[in-house]
Design a protein around this ligand. Structure first.
Ligand code: NAP
Length: 497
């Protein structure tokens, strides 16, 4: 089982030990970064002694030269590593390029020989591994910068082919695109993975906090049978889907993990991650349209919209779905039931917005709405969408004349931080239409608040969002999703940040 190691970059022994002792027992190892401790050789040696004598778990002692780490260059850097071994440190980490100046035979402990590349991930990882293993290291560490997520896939494949070799391997890609290599180390046989003690104390680019590793991604439950899921997007760091889906997998006992995947080129990404055994993906901005061409089969809604948000990979076949549309229609239907509208065909629907969400709804409603009016700030976009979906286009200044039965906002107006804005004048609510808002942050937008005050039936973007996520869960697992839990997780995330 892969170990979890937290890198401690505190500047003195007390702070190092306090941090170490604050870590839960599931953190197997603490890495002590001596290069972050300032002082003369004797001072640092005394601090090292205090740390080794009072440590509460195994330690890796590392002392990077300035060009690798960001701390100060310790005097007698390599002598301090020998001292650490003599003081009983369980592991000592020495960079490949420092090897000529220090024989591993002089270190009576487990040795990690490490290669770092802060620029990119070289093609020939095997050559680097061989260079490191010639040194008789117990463990080889290769840490390179991922410039694209396909670097992570390559690194994970490399890890998979060297799982239990002697020496053992730690294969990590740094940067946001490298996150998968940190989380999936146990699936591919990595010796250990690194995490930070606090958010702001990452010792390397892309390192995340131990709490996220253990609680969100359930690092200790990941094994070779764990199924990989994720959200492919760019940017991806704001996505709430990892929280929602990982909580759902945990609750239903799925051996699965869901990752944020920063994807620039969807074609190379999909090939590489399918090769790794990925089972399912959420697809979001900007890849919803491009992914369509890479599917073996797509559902009716994806076909209609020319965009998908869900991929399910079964026996090598890529199946694409658009749960944005089915979820929006499901949420709308609930509102219609509440208002006592039996048929959309009897309704005049005003759809505001002609972006991604507007297109999804226009495609979903094109067959069923009695009359579909599409209003958009950029009138040309509304006209194009109306032409494709059989609706009627108008500018935002023309909306007031329509008196619709249903108003659906799919613009981002009212979304945080601009929560004081609303896409329509309040007098458009006087005849009490059904009002639905795509915006889910905040949960109650100014539009929904005004509509509720006017005693309109309302449907929130929150309800829509949760439905698209629960449908994804159903598609991937064939199981009933824990809807209440998924909604709770999203609500907490939206209200507490
Ligand atoms: P998008 O493709 O970027 O489209 C943005 C839309 O908002 C366009 O119609 C744009 O008009 C309009 N717009 C932006 N700023 C405006 C302003 N100041 N005044 C008037 N119109 C403005 O974005 P999207 O993906 O459709 O997302 C739109 C909103 O829906 C976001 O808040 C998103 O979070 C939400 N959403 C929710 C769900 C859900 O599950 N609940 C799903 C998808 C999206 P122009 O064409 O003139 O630029």
């Amino acid at each position: 089982m892969s170990k979890l190691c937290v890198s401690i970059t505190e500047p003195d022994a007390t702070a190092v030990l306090d941090t170490m002792k604050s870590l839960p027992k599931e953190v197997d190892i603490a890495e002590i970064r001596l290069d972050c401790i300032p002082g003369e050789y004797r001072q640092i040696k005394e601090k090292l002694r205090a740390i080794c004598e009072n440590r509460d778990r195994p330690v890796i002692v590392t002392n990077r030269p300035v060009k690798i780490g960001e701390g100060c260059c310790n005097p007698k850097r390599l002598i301090l590593l020998k001292d650490a071994a003599m003081m009983g440190a369980e592991y000592v980490d020495i960079e490949l390029e420092s090897l000529p100046r220090l024989s591993l035979a002089e270190l009576p402990t487990q040795t990690i020989v490490s290669y770092h590349n802060y620029e990119n991930t070289p093609q020939d990882l095997e050559r680097i591994y061989r260079q490191c293993r010639y040194s008789d290291a117990d463990i080889v560490k290769i840490a390179t910068m991922a410039t694209d997520i396909s670097d992570s896939a390559r690194m994970l494949e490399f890890q998979r082919t060297h799982p239990h070799d002697a020496p053992a391997l730690i294969a990590i890609c740094m940067g946001e695109e490298g996150l998968a290599t940190r989380i999936l180390a146990p699936k591919f046989g990595g010796y250990l993975s690194f995490a930070s003690p606090y958010d702001e104390k990452a010792a390397a680019p892309g390192q995340i906090q131990w709490r996220e590793m253990l609680e969100l991604y359930r690092f200790k439950s990941i094994n070779k049978n764990t199924d990989i899921y994720g959200v492919a997007a760019d940017p991806v760091s704001h996505s709430m889907s990892p929280e929602i889906h990982n909580a759902a997998f945990a609750r239903t006992g799925e051996n699965a993990v869901y990752l944020p995947l920063k994807v620039k080129d969807p074609a190379t990404f999909l090939d590489a991650f399918q090769q790794l055994g990925t089972k399912g993906l959420s697809i979001t901005i900007p890849h919803k349209e491009a992914m369509i061409t890479m599917m073996d089969e797509i559902d009716e809604f994806a076909e209609r919209a020319g965009a998908l948000n869900t991929v399910n990979i079964i026996n090598g076949r890529r199946l694409g779905y658009n749960t944005d549309i089915s979820a929006a229609l499901g949420a709308l239907q609930k509102g219609m039931d509440k208002k006592g509208i039996s048929k959309l065909a009897d309704c005049k629907v005003l759809l505001i917005g002609a972006g991604g969400a507007g297109r999804a709804l226009a495609c979903g409603l094109s067959d069923s709405a009695g009359k579909l009016i599409i209003a958009n700030r950029t009138r040309k976009r509304a006209e194009k969408l109306a032409e494709e979906t059989g609706g009627q286009a108008c500018g935002l200044d023309e909306m007031e004349g329509y008196r619709p039965d249903i108003i659906i906002n799919t613009t981002s107006v009212g979304m945080a931080p601009n929560t004081n804005l609303t896409p329509i004048p309040e007098n458009m609510l006087e005849h009490r239409p059904l009002v639905m808002d795509a915006v889910y942050n905040p949960i109650e937008t100014r539009l929904l608040r005004s509509a509720r005050k006017m005693r309109c039936v309302t449907v929130s973007g929150f309800d829509w969002f949760i439905r698209q996520a629960t449908e994804q869960f159903r598609i991937w697992t064939g199981k009933e999703p824990p809807q209440k839990l998924m909604a709770e997780v999203l609500r907490t995330k939206l209200t507490q940040g």
